[in-house]
Design a protein around this ligand. Structure first.
Ligand SMILES: [Zn+2]
Ligand SMILES: [Zn+2]
Length: 188
């Protein structure tokens, strides 16, 4: 028998010059909300550089919810998103109004949940790419505030000059944990 032709077998799909750029293969499962325990070390580095004593440095709480939390704070950070739906016309978007809920617990632990957004073109969950500095700054500020450290108010205003928040595409708004849950709709 003649060997079977391998032609066309090594590629996963046709490549068209005019098509969109290849989409990301997500390293994580798409989800409505995420935690980033892998960034805990950056939080600790920032806190210890801000005169928080080693003995007072918090640990990351992997499972705690707002029901057990002693302090809760809903705010926003920046993030980029991609739509990984190959047939979707939308490729990526950025948002300065990505919902984040920061929780503190009685055993000196904390966590922070970031809410995903949906693609405005096809309604698929986005592939979230966190702005790590934005995340760290937000969480560190809140933990210091809760620890009683005196600070100036954060100058960062997510609404200033930016597009408004599309609540219908925000997973934080859906569960009532986004501070922009009642904001008008338009673009993100
Ligand atoms: Zn899409
Ligand atoms: Zn929202």
């Amino acid at each position: 028998m003649p060997p079977k032709s391998k032609k066309g077998k090594s590629k996963t799909g046709p490549i068209t010059q005019a098509g969109p750029r290849p989409r990301a293969t997500p390293p994580h499962t798409l989800s409505a909300a995420y935690i980033f325990p892998g960034l805990h070390y950056k939080i600790i580095t920032a806190l210890s550089g801000d005169c928080v004593a080693d003995s007072a440095l918090p640990y990351f709480n992997l499972a705690g919810t707002d029901r057990e939390a002693t302090d809760t704070y809903d705010t926003t950070i920046q993030a980029d998103f991609q739509c990984i739906n190959q047939s979707c016309s939308e490729f990526e978007w950025s948002s300065k109004i990505v919902g984040i809920e920061i929780l503190k617990f009685g055993d000196n632990t904390y966590n922070a949940t970031i809410f995903n957004q949906r693609c405005k073109a096809c309604d698929a969950l986005g592939y979230l790419r966190l702005e790590e500095d934005s995340y760290v700054a937000r969480v560190v500020y809140r933990l210091k505030k809760w620890a009683g450290v005196k600070m100036e108010e954060q100058p960062y205003n997510p609404c200033r000059g930016g597009p408004v928040h599309a609540s219908e595409l925000c997973e934080g708004c859906k569960v009532g944990k986004c501070k922009y849950a009642t904001n008008f709709e338009e673009d993100y």
